[in-house]
Design a protein around this ligand. Structure first.
Ligand SMILES: [Zn+2]
Length: 435
């Protein structure tokens, strides 16, 4: 899908100011790979597609049109680290963009947190809910809402989205979604894309679903240094970019809802990413460990779906386990039965799915008009969480989620990072700082 440079530039600018209109009636999908959003005369095309990709990997399996190795090929796999990215070897353009943002005072000097009893804790007893820090605090009621992040759906809507994919359990979910003609947003983990690429292709290409970022290795982001935050986000954007014909994700979700002003600023300012959190948590992720039951999830869903329709529901759900997939499939019919409109999560934002291009996979017949409330650092923002007090029942829920996921997420530790494309940060910085 080619667009001219002027349109592309305009779309990038609109993406960064978060005000672009949400297009409608687009079901067309780009083929994988080799069919790019960018036009060949745009600098972005040159930087991403030819120069740097050829530097990164010159291999006969590369697609003759795009220069990108076929998704799933050994050459493609070799482009990415199996574990956390080597932050001493990130592309210079990425780190330059980060350093420029820091020098410009755009990244708040919030100290890194550390995990204490599984909870991100700031040094010297600092209050995580202080406006200078504004911790997402696991998405619980009353959490500070970082600037520009999205927590609620428009009235009457249920956001359909899943974290932690793709996994071995994703195909069952994808078949169900397809059979129900239901679009969804997948907040994907980079290493899981690497290791479950067939499912990734099904989500993006077959189902036409929306792909968003859920970091490379699923860490508590506030515990990381600036450059580690950059690596976790940009590497995931890179693999999605390389594997979708060039689309740059526009949205991300912090694992465990762990975000603060510093992490949020790196995502926004350097990479153009907007965070989508949630306003209800089924705790489906705790089923395998016994911290939640399918009946418990069903009870939560029943309560929310028969409750007030304002605000709309952004429910934290996962494609991580068979049980979490089953929980969604069990409750999905109740959404329509109770008068809710079910849309892919990114559709609730009234913005495009990707930073480059105007196609929105989930946006086929979901025309609506809504102003997105995105900015609040007040803890009074808990007004939408009338039923979500259940979500803190375990107290240390996020740590339970962490221990349950680590093995599934991190398969190998081979942190040798290959030479990556050298322009990603420049593009984002250009788009978001200059336009
Ligand atoms: Zn997650």
């Amino acid at each position: 899908m080619l667009v001219n440079a002027g349109i592309f530039t305009a779309v990038l600018g609109a993406a960064c100011t978060l005000v672009s209109a949400h297009p409608h009636a687009h079901k067309t999908r780009s083929a994988l790979p080799g069919d790019w959003v960018q036009s060949e005369d745009h600098p972005v095309y040159e930087l991403f597609r030819r120069t740097n990709l050829n530097k990164r990997q010159s291999n006969s399996t590369a697609n003759s049109t795009s220069g990108i190795p076929a998704v799933g090929s050994s050459a493609w796999t070799a482009l990415y680290p199996q574990g956390s990215a080597d932050t001493s070897n990130l592309p210079a353009a990425w780190t330059n963009a980060l350093n420029a943002a820091v020098a410009a005072g755009q990244i708040p000097n919030v100290p890194q947190s550390s995990l204490v009893n599984g909870n991100p804790t700031y040094p010297n007893g600092a209050n995580s809910q202080d406006e200078s820090i504004c911790s997402g605090n696991g998405g619980g009621p009353g959490s500070c809402r970082t600037n520009g992040s999205i927590w609620d759906a428009p009235d009457g809507m249920v956001a359909i989205g899943f974290d932690d994919g793709p996994t071995q359990f994703s195909p069952t979910l994808y078949t169900f979604l397809q059979q129900n003609n239901q679009k969804a947003t997948h907040f994907m983990i980079g290493v899981n894309i690497l290791n479950n690429w067939q499912a990734f292709l099904t989500a993006f290409n077959t189902n036409g679903d929306d792909i968003a970022v859920h970091t490379w290795t699923h860490p508590y982001m506030t515990t990381l240094s600036n450059i580690q935050v950059l690596g976790e986000l940009a590497m995931t954007m890179q693999i999605i970019h390389d594997s979708t014909g060039g689309k740059l994700p526009r949205f991300w979700r912090p694992p465990y809802g762990d975000i603060d002003n510093r992490v949020n600023a790196i995502a926004q300012t350097v990479l153009g990413l907007t965070a989508i959190i949630w306003n209800h948590d089924t705790e489906d992720w705790a089923i395998p460990s016994g911290g939640q039951t399918l009946d418990g999830v069903n009870n939560n869903m029943q309560q929310w779906l028969t409750g007030p329709k304002s605000p709309g529901l952004i429910i934290l759900e996962h494609e991580l386990y068979q049980q979490t997939v089953q929980a969604f499939m069990t409750n999905y019919p109740l959404m329509a039965q109770n008068g809710w409109k079910t849309v892919s999560t990114v559709v609730t934002t009234n913005q495009t799915t990707y930073q480059n291009g105007t196609l929105v996979a989930g946006d086929s017949d979901n025309a609506f008009s809504v102003s997105v409330s995105t900015t609040s650092t007040s803890s009074s923002a808990a007004s939408s969480s009338t039923a979500s007090t259940n979500s803190t029942a375990t107290g240390s829920g996020s740590s339970a989620e962490a221990s349950g996921k680590s093995a599934a997420v991190l398969r190998a530790q081979t942190p040798s990072m290959r030479v990556m494309t050298a322009v990603f940060g420049v593009v984002a910085a250009f788009a978001c700082a200059s336009l």
